[in-house]
Design a protein around this ligand. Structure first.
Ligand SMILES: Nc1ncnc2c1ncn2[C@@H]1O[C@H](COP(=O)(O)OP(=O)(O)OP(=O)(O)O)[C@@H](O)[C@H]1O
Length: 838
C-alpha cells in the first residue's frame, strides 16, 4: 500500500514536474513572442517617424520650389507687364507728374494709352505698382463717375496727357461747365488764345451737340468716300498734317444739370457715343452715366481709388491731379507755339513710307521741305523743269537745301533709278570714312576740295557729256526720243536718271566749263541728265528753269517776285511758293538716313569714288614690282607718272615703245615730286615684266630717293654714264636725277642715248631742275615731259605751239605732255611713292 502510494506520489510529482516544465516553456515562448512584438512595434514607430520627417522635408522642398518658381515667373511677368505698359504709354502718356514733360510725336505715330494711376500687387515679399492705363484718343470716350474731386482729377490728368502726347493743334477742346462756367478746368484756358479751347455756355449745349453731330457726318463722309473705316486710318494713310484735329468735348455735369438734359440732347449724346470715336470726336463726361457701348471707358472714382473697364477687378490708386501751374504753363506754351506756326519738317519727315519705291522713268519728284501749314512741298526735276539753280548769299543755307534734296531723292529712288555726281566742299560724308563706313548708294562720285582743280570740274562735265552721247546713241538705236522711251524699249538696260550737283563751283568765268554746262543744260534732260547748281549771287544762266532762292538772294526768281527779300532764315522761295527747309546738315539726322539707305544696298553696289583735291594719291600697289612678274614685256610698256584728274582716277601713262623720242623729261625744282614721278615711272615699268635699270644721280638732294628706288627695283645698277649700256632684248631704262649738272662728256652720251636708244629699247627718264640746260640737241629727243614749277613760256622749246602751254604751277600738280598722244597737255597729280618706307 505504502509503495503504491509512494509510486502514486512519484507519478504525481512526475506529472507536476512535467506540467511545471510545460508551463515554464509556454511562459518563455509567450515572453519571447511579447519581446518580438515589442521590437516590431519599436521598429514600426521608428520607421513612421523617419517617414514623417522625410515627408515633411519633401513637402518643404516642393513648397520652396513652387514658391521660387512662382516668384521668378511673377517677376518676369511683372517686368513684361511693366515693359508693355511703358510701350503702351511712353513718355508723356505715362510718366508721373513730378517728371512730366510734353513729348511731340512723329507725324506717323498713333496715340496709345494714358495713365490715370497705379495698380498695386504683391510680388514675393514686396508690394509693387504698375501704371493703370486707359485708352482715349482714337479708341474711347471717357465716362467718369463718383466723387467730384476724384472725377475732376482724372479728367484734367487725361486731358493734359492727351494734349501733351500729340502735336500742338491736333486736339481741340470744348468744355461745358454749367456750374463753374469753365472754372473747374481753368488751367486749360490759355489754349483759347490759339483757338484750341472753347467754353460752351450753359444754354449752348444743344447747339454744340448738334454741331458735333454735323461734324461727325462731314468727317464720316470724307473718310468713307476715301475708302477708309475711320479717321485714324485715313490719317495714317495721308502724308502731312492730320486732315482733321481730334475734338474732345468735356461735359462737367452733376445730378441737377444731368437731369436738365433734354431728350434731344440725350439722343445727340447717344449718337456721338456710337459714332464719335471713328471720327476723332471724344466725350469726357462727368456726372452722367453714358449708355453702355464698346467705346465707352467707365471710371468710378472715390477717395483716391477707382475701378475702370480696362483694369477690371483691380483696384486703381488714382494719381493726384496734375499741378495747376504745370497745366497752365503747358497750355500757354502750346498756344504760343501754335500761333508761331507748326515747327518746320525734320529731315526724317521727308522720308517716304517705303524707301526706293519710285520709278524715275518720267521725272524725279521729291519734297524739299514743308510749307507753313506743315504739308510737304514736292519739287520736280522733269521735262519742264530739268535743271535747278539754287541762289543765295554766303551762309544762307544753299548746301543745306542740297542735302535736304539729295536725301529726299535718295530715299525715294534706288541706285537703279538715280545716279548722283556731287561736287562741293561738304560732300565727303556721303562716302565711306574712318568713323562712319556708310555711304549713299546712289553716289557715283563725290568731289571735295576741288577749288584749285578746275580740271576736275571739266573732267566731270566732259564725263557727263560722254554719258549724254552714249545715251543719245542708245536712244537712236531704239528709236526713242526720251529717257522713258529708251527705258521702255530697253528694259534690261541700266538707265538711271543722273543728277549732277555743283555746290559753289566757280563756273561763271570759266570759258571752257561754261559751254559744257550750257550744252548739258540744253540737251541733258532728254536723256535724263539733270544739273543742280548752287551759287552765290551774281550767277545766272539760261536753261535752269527751276529756281530756288534763299533769303536775300538776288536775281534768282522771276523779275518782280520779291519773295526772297521777305522770307525768314531757313526758308526757300520758288516761283510756286515758299518752302521751309529742314535742317539736313545736322550730322546725326543725315547719318541716320544714310545708314538706313546704305543697309538697303545691293551687295554689288560699289562705294562712290571720292576726289579730294587735298589728298595726294599713293602709287597703287599694282604698279610696284612684287610677286611673280610676267616673263615677257609688251612692245610698249607704259610708265605710270601720276593720277589723272578725271572721274575714274586712272593713272597717266607714258608708252615707251621702240620709236624715236620715247624718253621722258621731268622738269622743275621740287625735288620730292620729281623723285616721285621718276620712282613711279620706274617701279611701274618694273611691275610689267623683265626690265633693266641704270640709276644715274648727279644731285645730292636726290641721293636718298635714288637709293630707295635702287633698293626696290629688281636688276638695277648705278651708273655714271661712263659707258653707254649695251642694247638687248630686255628694255633698259636710264633713270637720271639732276641732269642739269652733267658734264660735257656725259651730256654727249646722254644725247646719243636720247637719240638712238629708244629704237633699241633703251629709254632715258631724266630730271632736270630747269629747262635752261635742255639745249635743243637734247630737247629734240624728249618726246614727253612732266613739268612741275616751270612757267609755261619756259616750256616753249619742248612744245609744238609758240609761247608754250598755259600753266600756273601749283603744289603736287604737274603738267604732262606726250607729243605723240596729246594735243594739249594734261594736269596730273604725281603719286606719293615713298611715304611708307624710308
Ligand atoms: N534749314 C536749316 N535749319 C537749320 N540750320 C540750317 C538750315 N539751313 C542752313 N542751316 C545752317 O546754316 C549754316 C549755313 O548753311 P549752308 O552751309 O547750307 O549755307 P550756304 O549758303 O551753303 O553757305 P556758303 O555759301 O558759305 O557755302 C550751316 O551751319 C547750316 O547748318
Amino acid at each position: 500500500m505504502g509503495s503504491h502510494r509512494t509510486a502514486l506520489v512519484a507519478v504525481v510529482r512526475q506529472e507536476l514536474a512535467e506540467a511545471r516544465g510545460t508551463a515554464r516553456a509556454v511562459l518563455a515562448a509567450a515572453e519571447s513572442a511579447r519581446n518580438e512584438a515589442q521590437r516590431r512595434k519599436k521598429l514600426i514607430r521608428e520607421a513612421y517617424a523617419t517617414c514623417l520627417a522625410q515627408l515633411t522635408e519633401a513637402r518643404e522642398a516642393a513648397r520652396q520650389d513652387i514658391l521660387h518658381r512662382s516668384t521668378t515667373e511673377a517677376t518676369a511677368l511683372s517686368r513684361k507687364v511693366a515693359q508693355l505698359a511703358a510701350l503702351s504709354a511712353p513718355g508723356a502718356a505715362g510718366t508721373a507728374w513730378r517728371y512730366w514733360t510734353p513729348a511731340e510725336p512723329d507725324r506717323v505715330a498713333r496715340p496709345g494709352m494714358l495713365r490715370i494711376g497705379t495698380v498695386a500687387y504683391e510680388l514675393g515679399e514686396e508690394r509693387t505698382r504698375l501704371p493703370a492705363l486707359i485708352p482715349f484718343l482714337d479708341h474711347a470716350h471717357l465716362n467718369v463717375l463718383g466723387a467730384r474731386p476724384d472725377a475732376d482729377g482724372v479728367l484734367s490728368g487725361v486731358l493734359l496727357r492727351a494734349l501733351g502726347t500729340t502735336r500742338p493743334g491736333d486736339v481741340h477742346v470744348s468744355i461745358y461747365d454749367p456750374e463753374n462756367l469753365g472754372g473747374t478746368l481753368a488751367g486749360f484756358a490759355p489754349l483759347g488764345n490759339a483757338g484750341l479751347l472753347r467754353l460752351i455756355s450753359p444754354g449752348g449745349l444743344g447747339a454744340a451737340l448738334d454741331e458735333l453731330v454735323e461734324h461727325i457726318c462731314r468727317v464720316n463722309e470724307s473718310v468713307l468716300t476715301a475708302g477708309y473705316a475711320s479717321l485714324a486710318e485715313l490719317t495714317a494713310a495721308t502724308p502731312g498734317p492730320r486732315p482733321e484735329p481730334w475734338r474732345t468735348v468735356v461735359l462737367l455735369l452733376d445730378a441737377r444739370s444731368a437731369a436738365e438734359l433734354s431728350d434731344s440732347q440725350r439722343a445727340q449724346l447717344e449718337r456721338i457715343v456710337r459714332t464719335g470715336v471713328a471720327c476723332g470726336v471724344h466725350l469726357m463726361v462727368r456726372g452722367l452715366e453714358l449708355a453702355p457701348h464698346p467705346t465707352v471707358e467707365r471710371v468710378s472714382a472715390h477717395d483716391g481709388i477707382a475701378a475702370c473697364d480696362t483694369t477690371g477687378d483691380l483696384e486703381v490708386t488714382l494719381d493726384s491731379p496734375p499741378p495747376a501751374d504745370r497745366i497752365a504753363g503747358f497750355c500757354r506754351a502750346t498756344a504760343e507755339r501754335l500761333l508761331a506756326g507748326p515747327p518746320p519738317a525734320r529731315l526724317a519727315d521727308l522720308e517716304p513710307s517705303t524707301f526706293w519705291a519710285e520709278s524715275s522713268a518720267h521725272s524725279l519728284t521729291a519734297p524739299l521741305g514743308d510749307s507753313t501749314d506743315g504739308s510737304t512741298v514736292p519739287v520736280v526735276l522733269g521735262d519742264s523743269t530739268p535743271h535747278a539753280l539754287i541762289g543765295g548769299p554766303a551762309g544762307s543755307g544753299k548746301t543745306n537745301v542740297l542735302y535736304a534734296w539729295i536725301g529726299s531723292l535718295a530715299a525715294r529712288y534706288g541706285p537703279g533709278e538715280l545716279a548722283l555726281y556731287l561736287l562741293g566742299p561738304s560732300f565727303a560724308q556721303v562716302t565711306p570714312g574712318p568713323r562712319d563706313p556708310s555711304w549713299l548708294p546712289q553716289v557715283r562720285l563725290a568731289g571735295i576740295n576741288a577749288d584749285g582743280d578746275r580740271e576736275f570740274v571739266l573732267a566731270l562735265l566732259r564725263h557727263l557729256g560722254e554719258e549724254l552721247r552714249t545715251r543719245a546713241q542708245a536712244a537712236k538705236r531704239h528709236e526713242a526720243s526720251t529717257l522713258a522711251g529708251l527705258r521702255a524699249a530697253d528694259p534690261h538696260g541700266h538707265w538711271p536718271r543722273i543728277v549732277a550737283v555743283l555746290d559753289d563751283v566757280p563756273l561763271s568765268a570759266d570759258a571752257e566749263a561754261l559751254p559744257l554746262v550750257k550744252d548739258l543744260a540744253r540737251r541733258g534732260h532728254t536723256q535724263g541728265i539733270h544739273l543742280i547748281v548752287a551759287a552765290r549771287d551774281g550767277w545766272d544762266i539760261d536753261g535752269f528753269p527751276l529756281r530756288i532762292a534763299l533769303p536775300k538772294a538776288q536775281g534768282v526768281l522771276a523779275e518782280g517776285n520779291l519773295a526772297a527779300e521777305v522770307i525768314p532764315r531757313f526758308h526757300a522761295a520758288t516761283d510756286n511758293g515758299v518752302i521751309r527747309v529742314p535742317d539736313a546738315s545736322d550730322r546725326t539726322a543725315w547719318r541716320s538716313l544714310q545708314r538706313k539707305l546704305w543697309l538697303l544696298r545691293d551687295e554689288n553696289c560699289d562705294a562712290p569714288r571720292l576726289f579730294d583735291g587735298e589728298v595726294v594719291p599713293r602709287l597703287p600697289d599694282v604698279y610696284r614690282p612684287s610677286g611673280r612678274l610676267p616673263d615677257d614685256v609688251g612692245s610698249s610698256p607704259g610708265a605710270v607718272l601720276g593720277e589723272r584728274i578725271d572721274v575714274a582716277a586712272r593713272p597717266a601713262r607714258l608708252r615707251l615703245g621702240r620709236m624715236p623720242g620715247r624718253n621722258l623729261a621731268v622738269l622743275g625744282t621740287r625735288t620730292d615730286e620729281a623723285c616721285d614721278v621718276l620712282a613711279a615711272a620706274a617701279l611701274s615699268l618694273a611691275a610689267q615684266g623683265p626690265a633693266r635699270f641704270s640709276i644715274f644721280c648727279l644731285d645730292p638732294d636726290a641721293e636718298q630717293a635714288a637709293a630707295r628706288l635702287m633698293a626696290e627695283l629688281p636688276q638695277a645698277v648705278t651708273s655714271d654714264l661712263g659707258v653707254v649700256p649695251e642694247p638687248g632684248n630686255v628694255p633698259h631704262y636710264l633713270i637720271g636725277y639732276g641732269l642739269d649738272t652733267a658734264g660735257r662728256a656725259q651730256r654727249e652720251r646722254l644725247r646719243a642715248l636720247l637719240a638712238d636708244g629708244p629704237e633699241q629699247r633703251m629709254h632715258v627718264l631724266g630730271w632736270w631742275r630747269s629747262t635752261a640746260h635742255l639745249h635743243d640737241d637734247l630737247a629734240a629727243h624728249l618726246g614727253a615731259w612732266v613739268a612741275l614749277d616751270v612757267r609755261g613760256t619756259d616750256l616753249s622749246p619742248l612744245y609744238p605751239q609758240p609761247g608754250g602751254p598755259e600753266w600756273h604751277p601749283r603744289r603736287r600738280r604737274a603738267l604732262f605732255f606726250d607729243r605723240s598722244v596729246h594735243r594739249t597737255p594734261e594736269v596730273i597729280i604725281p603719286y606719293e611713292v615713298n611715304s611708307d618706307h624710308t
